[in-house]
Write a protein that binds this ligand. Structure first.
Ligand SMILES: [Zn+2]
Length: 481
């Protein structure tokens, strides 16, 4: 053979043969995917239990136990009750680096009781529901961690996998306090996912939000015979809310100010001596939340002055930062979504979802999404918030959404509860578990990618200053309200 032919054959072989490490990585991904598929029945049962219990934030005793049992049975070491929260846990397997964390959530929402039915129908004796799809979130993430563990156990991969049981996401408590206690400090990257109405790598910012309760104290008195002796704490709450509603006009468009009155007196003939209002103050940037928080506090002090009551406490339960998106991890997730494929739904499932669209009052082009959204060139901006944001200020975080419910359904709605308690949500959970596992496998097998993800993280994080509004040394709350 001439020298020319030898060289060109070698070149062709190099160009068109798959390098051995890529072949090995593909085989590893397949092992993880197969594990998820062959355990579908168990995973669906776990989801169904968590969905049925529908435990709200910090009350997720059975749900966290269920996930811990699944992980323990699969060889994970469990640390229970971390960061002062009985329902928070860390499950780990392996040792050394790369160390990859996967987030699990499992809290339900109050007032969203719903059956697996295509019209609003409450469940008897249950008031809460998984209106944010956290039952599939927790179960799918645990499945991904166990799938990765198969490869660490066989020696195909080296490093550590951790599954984080993060309670009370709806009030931004779990991860915020876990982060403060240094729970994530040994990880190289963290992954999370969420139920959605589309399937996409989440290359986007979220909003920052502080959750704060203002308590006012006045003087009780008979509201008819001696009102002049009383000072109404409820008046202070109402004046404060008026003040904030005037403030609303003069904040940036991305700001969100919302409140509920958590204590407003007992009955009308007693001047309310105690009252409390609970605020979420949000903005795209945490720096703006810091400014608005100061303004709202001034309004509260002014309301106390006007009503001659006292502002007796300002309690910051939680303070979440905006998610800092990571380009490298988003690309890895997007490519693995392409590998796994978006969920495919049956005609029956589509008909179910179509029926749940009826109350939305508008024609929608599809009942369920079966495609993968393109990865945007620049990060988007979501209008929600998550305590995953805080983690993303300390290490690279990759996230995805998988179509788990009715296309066009609003967040925190009965439609989400209806879909995630059955086969629609279960299919999404399987896609999420496989995509998370396959994405993690890429990072175990490529230190380059890990370094790129970390470089991307540094670039976005370096100009920012992390300020938390949670007082130093404050313990996680014992209850939401
Ligand atoms: Zn959620």
């Amino acid at each position: 053979m001439s020298r020319y032919w030898f060289l060109s054959i070698t070149l062709w072989a190099l160009l068109f043969s798959v390098p051995a490490w890529i072949e090995a990585q593909q085989a590893e991904k397949q092992i993880a995917i197969d594990w998820v598929d062959s355990n579908a029945q168990i995973l669906n049962q776990v989801n169904k239990k968590i969905w049925t219990w529908a435990e709200t934030g910090l009350q997720e005793f059975k749900s966290s136990r269920e996930l811990m049992n699944l992980l323990r049975a699969n060889g994970f070491e469990i640390q229970e009750g971390v960061a002062g929260m009985p329902t928070a846990f860390v499950a780990s397997f392996g040792s050394g680096h790369p160390a990859i964390g996967i987030l699990a959530e499992y809290d339900a929402l109050p007032g969203l009781s719903q059956q697996v039915a295509p019209e609003p129908r409450k469940r008897a004796g249950v008031t809460a529901g998984h209106g944010c799809g956290h039952s599939i979130f927790g179960t799918g993430s645990a499945a991904a961690a166990i799938a990765v563990k198969q490869l660490l156990e066989s020696g195909a991969l080296k490093g550590t996998i951790r599954l984080y049981g993060t309670p009370a996401e709806e009030t931004g408590i779990g991860k915020t306090y876990m982060l403060r206690d240094g729970i994530f400090k040994n990880d190289d990257v963290v992954f999370g996912w969420h139920a959605g109405d589309v399937t996409t790598a989440r290359y986007s910012y979220s909003k920052a939000v502080v959750s704060v309760k203002f308590h006012f104290s006045g003087l009780p008195a008979h509201a008819s015979s001696s009102p002049h002796e009383g000072r109404s704490a409820l008046d202070a709450v109402e004046l404060m809310n008026h003040g904030v509603n005037y403030m609303r006009e003069h904040v940036k468009e991305d700001a969100r100010l919302h409140y509920v009155i958590t204590e407003g007196g007992g009955q009308p003939n007693v001047v309310p001596p105690e009252a409390e209002v609970w605020y979420y103050i949000r903005a795209d940037k945490h720096a703006d939340v810091e400014l608005y928080f100061e303004w709202v506090k001034e309004i509260a002090r002014a309301a106390a002055l006007m009503s001659r009551t006292e502002l007796t406490s300002v309690t910051v339960d939680s303070d979440m930062h905006e998610v800092l998106p990571n380009r490298v991890l988003s690309e890895i997730i997007h490519n693995n979504l392409e590998l796994v494929g978006a969920p495919r739904f049956s005609e029956e499932e589509k008909a179910f979802a179509r029926q749940t669209q009826a109350p939305l009052g508008r024609e929608l082009e599809k009942s369920l999404s079966e495609r993968i959204e393109p990865l945007p060139d620049v990060p988007g901006q979501s209008r929600g918030s998550t305590d995953t944001g805080d983690i993303s200020w300390f290490l690279p975080v990759g996230r995805l959404r998988v179509a788990s419910y009715t296309f066009g359904a609003p967040g925190h709605s009965w439609q989400i509860v209806a879909c995630t308690g059955g086969s629609i949500g279960e299919k999404a959970m399987m896609v999420a578990a496989k995509t998370l596992a396959a994405s993690a496998i890429e990072l175990y097998t490529s230190s380059d990618l890990l370094q790129q993800a970390q470089a991307d993280f540094k670039k976005i994080r370096e100009p920012l200053n992390f300020v938390t509004l949670i007082p130093e040394g404050q313990q996680a709350p014992k209850a939401i309200r």
